[in-house]
Design a protein around this ligand. Structure first.
Ligand code: AMP
Length: 299
């Protein structure tokens, strides 16, 4: 039931109304792994430069994350900088320095190729296609992306969407990709390309799962203070895929529960900068909050 993730590993500089961090560990693969490893073993593939501090990811090994696929290359680690608006609903990318990530060519280690669950985290869609070519018959493939790739690599992105079962995007991204303002029509456009489900993340309004058969809505957890929304999407995906890998089926009920787990893990992640909260909490904390979610959404 192991999960393969291929994504970015970054040093992020993030400004929010609560403060600022410089060169703080981040990236889609790290956030995802920190989240998914509460549920199932994770095989992580990514690249860092010689300036990366491995001390910060050691906790991942204790949490069933295999780092054999982490490659260290001469040069600097990928860096991303972003600033959030006062209400945290908007994020401006201040810089993207690809550095060693620019020549990243994911070679999936032999034992990882049989991973049953595959998460194509936010990387160049051309590389996501290369990953799909290397894995053997996974039970579930899930895709994430961001505006950077939607505007720059549209054709390749469309091809990846045709080849995966679940697409996870935020409301802004799905509108940009489809050119459609109405989210339900936008989701149906994506479903028409082939995936079985689309999950639209709506920030402080939670997430919606859309399949041909219907909809499931999950609110965001009501937090008094959000410190840093960075990685909310990747930690959502970690909780979502982690739960599906753990329960080993893709039935409607499990998919719905997976959306709740996704919202729950993301809600912890945004309580502090980087993935500090995901280091502090344990599985029991997640399960307790999932119970609160269940109370929130039933009569
Ligand atoms: P999220 O908040 O879930 O969208 O994820 C934010 C993470 O994405 C940050 O930790 C960044 O390092 C990473 N990131 C930003 N831009 C890119 C990019 N172009 N490709 C891959 N990862 C990126």
């Amino acid at each position: 039931m192991s999960i393969l993730v291929v994504g970015s590993i970054a040093l992020d500089t993030v400004e929010t109304p609560s403060g600022k961090v410089v060169d703080s560990p981040g990236g889609s693969a790290l956030y995802f792994s920190a989240a998914a490893s509460f549920f199932a073993p994770v095989n992580m593939v990514g690249v860092v430069g010689e300036d990366f501090d491995f001390g910060v990811v050691n906790f991942l090994q204790d949490r069933q994350v295999d780092l054999q696929g982490l490659s260290v290359q001469a040069g600097k680690t990928f860096r991303w900088g972003g600033r959030y608006s006062k209400n945290l609903n908007f994020r401006k990318t201040l810089f993207t320095y690809l550095n060693v990530f620019e020549n990243f060519d994911p070679a999936i280690p032999e034992p990882y190729r049989r991973s049953e669950y595959v998460f194509l985290a936010n990387i160049d869609p051309e590389l996501q296609l290369k990953v799909l070519d290397q894995v053997e018959t996974p039970r579930l493939t899930v895709l994430d992306t961001m505006n950077f790739w939607i505007s720059g690599r549209r054709t390749a992105l469309e091809e990846v969407i045709r080849r995966v079962q679940v697409v996870i995007l935020n409301d802004e991204e799905i509108r940009e990709f489809t050119g459609e303002n109405n989210l339900y029509r936008a989701a149906r456009q994506l479903l028409a390309l082939g995936p079985e489900a689309v999950v639209i993340k709506k920030g402080e309004h939670g997430a919606v799962l859309i399949r041909r058969e219907g909809y499931f809505f999950c609110p965001a957890y009501p937090l008094d203070q959000v410190v840093d929304p960075t990685g909310a999407g990747d930690s959502f995906a970690g909780g979502f895929l982690g739960h599906l890998a753990q329960c080993r089926n893709l039935e409607e009920r499990s998919m719905r529960q997976a959306v709740i787990y996704g919202c729950c893990v993301a809600s912890f992640n945004v309580e502090d900068f980087s993935f500090r909260r995901l280091k502090e909490i344990d599985r029991a904390d997640i399960d307790r909050r999932v119970q609160e979610f269940q109370k929130m959404i039933t009569l």
